[in-house]
Design a protein around this ligand. Structure first.
Ligand code: ADP
Length: 218
């Protein structure tokens, strides 16, 4: 079955989720109480509707319960975000993903059944800090408390070496998921694939092992 998306709140975050889903070829309903925001969203949504999301009847008339994913991207209005989430879960929307403003907001959202709680600034801040921490780190995605995926830039040191020769899994306990060379992405790297300087290795592993590999191995 095709996924049906609705994005409520068309600030910077909601707009970027909505337009990217639309670009990816999905049907997306854009909702905001601000007329201007809704007008702008016509260009990057399948349908754009002016509605106050804390109004149960308004959500019902949109048929919000038919959507498999609803993203609540109301940033500053914590009360509206909470009430909207509550209504959506009462309507039995299966996947309600909500942007949280702070820790207290997060806890309430968790209690009322939000399926995923997002902290865009916090998460982006962590990714940027890892890139600042080391010039080799191009990007960083946290998988759990102890595990991450990092994109690491290959230095001269390993240029011309093969994956088998580097023996990364044995030495560092990390796994290479892919190798980027310019715009080209190799997602099934073979043991005899050679690495060139400035290639970007996509590596998964335990944080301590990844750090070791970044410091000494690449
Ligand atoms: P960001 O930080 O991502 O830019 P904002 O808090 O600035 O987010 O934007 C949130 C959007 O949500 C605004 O466009 C605002 O009009 C909309 N919004 C806020 N409350 C409601 C509500 N109760 N119903 C519908 N839209 C709302």
């Amino acid at each position: 079955m095709r996924k049906q998306f609705a994005v409520i709140g068309l600030g910077r975050f909601g707009t970027s989720v909505c337009s990217e889903l639309y670009k990816l070829g999905h049907e997306v309903l854009a909702v905001d109480r601000n007329e201007k925001k809704v007008e702008d969203a016509i260009a990057f949504s399948t349908r754009a509707i002016i509605a106050e999301s804390t109004d149960e009847k308004a959500l019902q008339s949109i048929g919000i319960n038919n959507f498999s994913y609803v993203i609540v991207a109301i940033g500053d209005h914590i009360q509206a975000s909470i009430l909207t989430t509550l209504i959506l879960k009462e309507f039995e929307v299966e996947n309600v993903w909500v942007k949280a403003r702070n820790h207290h907001h997060h806890r309430v959202l968790e209690k009322i059944g939000a399926d995923r709680i997002i902290h865009p600034e916090h998460d982006m801040g962590i990714r940027i800090a890892h890139s600042l921490d080391s010039e080799k780190v191009i990007d960083y995605i946290e998988l759990s408390m102890d595990h991450s995926i990092v994109e690491l830039k290959a230095s001269k040191k390993i240029s011309g070496k093969t994956l088998a020769g580097l023996n990364i899994r044995k030495k560092y306990g990390c796994t290479i998921l892919g190798i980027k060379t310019g715009d080209k992405l190799n997602i099934s790297p073979m043991p005899d694939d050679e690495i060139s300087e400035n290639d970007v290795l996509i590596v998964v592993g335990e944080n301590k092992d990844l750090k070791r590999f970044e410091k000494d191995g690449i």
